[in-house]
Ligand binder design. Structure first.
Ligand code: ZN
Length: 97
């Protein structure tokens, strides 16, 4: 993929979503609510926005997914944090860890 200044794509945080427990056999899909387009990876401030969501989803014990095309990859918030270069996400979720 080439990166020109006017080539805009969906902000990275929009591809993440959490599966929030909502009853014994039901879950609620919670997105970041992002509809921004950007020529970079993140719309301004949206790395911080996703980080906040990861921490909240992690504290709630949610499974977190990232959609890429028609494939969704799911893992815990702490793992996503490490993968994105934010080791402090795990610390904020479980300060004892
Ligand atoms: Zn975003």
């Amino acid at each position: 993929m080439t990166s020109s200044d006017n080539e805009r794509q969906q902000c990275e945080c929009a591809s993440f979503w959490g599966l929030v427990p909502d009853g014994e056999t039901t879950w609620r899909v919670e997105t970041t609510g992002c509809d921004s387009e950007t020529s970079r990876t993140w719309a301004p401030g949206h790395d911080g926005k996703l980080k906040g969501h990861l921490i909240r989803w992690g504290v709630a014990g949610c499974w977190v997914f990232k959609t890429s095309g028609d494939v969704a990859t799911g893992q815990g918030s702490a793992q996503w944090g490490r993968q994105l270069g934010w080791p402090d996400v795990a610390e904020r979720i479980d300060p004892q860890d």
